[in-house]
Design a protein around this ligand. Structure first.
Ligand code: ADP
Length: 363
């Protein structure tokens, strides 16, 4: 008996996305089913190229379809299309997801995490931009190896700089290229608001899956303005584990929540340090930020150790090497990036985009 399209679809309805906890047909991830004699081809569209569970999904689809009577072979083609929940985007129209990276206070590694999130997402195959919104202390130019310079204009729009290898290019723009930090320091709230808004509207990001925005630390004017002016998908909070830092981190979380911005997750930076003999030291008390995330009901994205290589590569403007050399943080960075991408997909799940299911049967 030949397998029918209904048989295949019913089998696919038993395959759950491991992060989204719904079946892949309901999630509109099955894009095409092709049946030719007993050979079945299924096209599955993942919600992010950074999906950590690609192979699990492939295996589950294969197993489910192979159980249908009459199926002799299964080919699963995986692609990815990042979804967006942002509907009205008067500014940044081609950007699918905007992720703010914030912290309760300075020096906890917020910019470092922002840069590495952008790099990690780009290395997974996503189209990525990185916006340095830290008016008072823009560090993204140094961390990405860009000298302070005037950006060029195209059609009266600011053209972002590009870093990284051709196949994983990241577009980078810093407010530090436009406004010197010493000038920003003497501004009052409304002026900051005006300049930031204008700046945001004038950068030509083109089409991006993810725009990572490095916010200034704390809950001051600039953070508030940015969080209110940009249609954010959500925010990532970076915190170090000690109690004095966590009190500020909680305040930052509450600021976003009061503005209606959801928290995509918490990263614990400088969690611990491993010396050259392999002994681990919990300098700031590992686990504090994880505990904070749990008690506040927030996703925990992962922990990063104190790693001299991260610091050196930041100073040298070479963040891509964090992912290519087997330093103590490489695995954690990839895991944080993938967990974040998963959380963004979860946020976007309520508004699935893309074409409806197309079934093509040639029996
Ligand atoms: P923030 O943006 O929160 O002010 P930065 O990202 O600028 O903090 O980091 C402050 C300093 O700490 C930088 O020199 C950076 O290279 C360093 N740093 C951040 N995270 C780590 C880490 N996990 N290991 C080692 N150095 C780090």
């Amino acid at each position: 008996m030949a397998a029918t399209r209904e048989d295949i679809i019913n089998a696919l309805k038993t395959v759950e996305d491991p992060e989204l906890f719904k079946d892949i047909v309901t999630l509109n991830m099955v894009k095409e089913v092709h049946i030719c004699a007993g050979a079945v081809k299924v096209d599955v569209e993942l919600t992010t190229p950074a999906c950590p569970l690609k192979e699990n999904i492939r295996n589950s689809v294969t197993t489910a379809v192979m159980q249908v009577p009459g199926v002799a072979s299964v080919e699963v083609n995986l692609s990815a299309k990042v979804r967006s929940m942002i509907e009205q985007k008067p500014i940044l129209p081609g950007v699918l997801n905007i992720i703010a990276v914030g912290a309760g206070k300075g020096g906890v590694g917020k910019s470092t995490v922002a840069v590495n999130l952008a790099v990690g997402l780009a290395l997974q195959g996503a189209r990525v931009g990185l916006l340095d919104g830290d008016v008072y202390g823009p560090s993204i130019p140094t961390m990405t190896g860009l000298a302070i310079q005037n950006p060029s204009l195209r059609d009266e729009k600011i053209v972002p700089f590009e870093i990284g290898p051709a196949e994983h290019v990241i577009k980078v723009m810093s407010i530090g290229f436009i406004v010197p930090p010493e000038k920003a320091l003497i501004w009052r709230g409304p002026m900051v608001h005006g300049v930031i808004k204008q700046f945001l509207e004038q950068v030509d990001w083109g089409d991006l899956d993810y725009l990572v925005v490095d916010l200034p630390p704390g809950t001051g004017d600039v953070s508030l303005t940015l969080a209110q002016s940009i249609p954010l998908t959500g925010a990532v909070i970076v915190a170090t584990p000690q109690e004095v830092a966590l009190a500020d981190a909680r305040r930052a979380v509450r600021m976003f929540q009061q503005l209606g911005v959801s928290i995509l997750g918490v990263v614990e930076n400088m969690s611990y340090f491993v010396c050259e003999h392999g002994t681990q030291y919990d300098i700031f008390g590992r686990g504090g930020a994880r505990k904070m995330a749990t008690t506040m009901g927030l996703p925990f994205l992962g922990e990063l150790p104190i790693d001299m290589q991260i610091r050196k590569l930041s100073d040298n403007g070479d963040p891509f090497t964090n992912f290519s050399s087997a330093g103590p943080s490489q695995k954690q960075l990839v895991s944080i990036v993938q967990t974040l991408a998963g959380q963004i997909s979860v946020r976007n799940m309520t508004r699935p985009a893309g074409k409806p299911l197309k079934v093509d049967v040639t029996e």
